[in-house]
Design a protein. Structure first.
Length: 77
């Protein structure tokens, strides 16, 4: 039982690492324009959170919706 749990956690973490690295290289500028051109320190800072939350990040990335996009569709100016 414990081997199965450890295997599942390992697979989750491995998927998180792969998806997070791909997101940091290819997807972060598309998902959040404020992060466009962000340096290595910023990317390394958010990497642990991306690894843990990869299913949410992947869903948002594949939907094409920007993170800092107005969800109500209104103009706030």
């Amino acid at each position: 039982m414990s081997e199965t749990i450890l295997l599942a956690v390992g697979i989750y973490c491995l998927a998180g690492i792969v998806i997070s690295l791909l997101f940091l290289v290819f997807g972060i500028a598309r998902a959040d324009h404020a992060a466009k051109g962000a340096g290595l320190v910023f990317r390394l800072t958010i990497l642990p959170g991306l690894i843990f939350l990869w299913p949410i990040i992947l869903g948002r990335w594949l939907s094409g919706r920007q993170i800092n996009q107005d969800i109500h569709g209104g103009d706030n100016s």
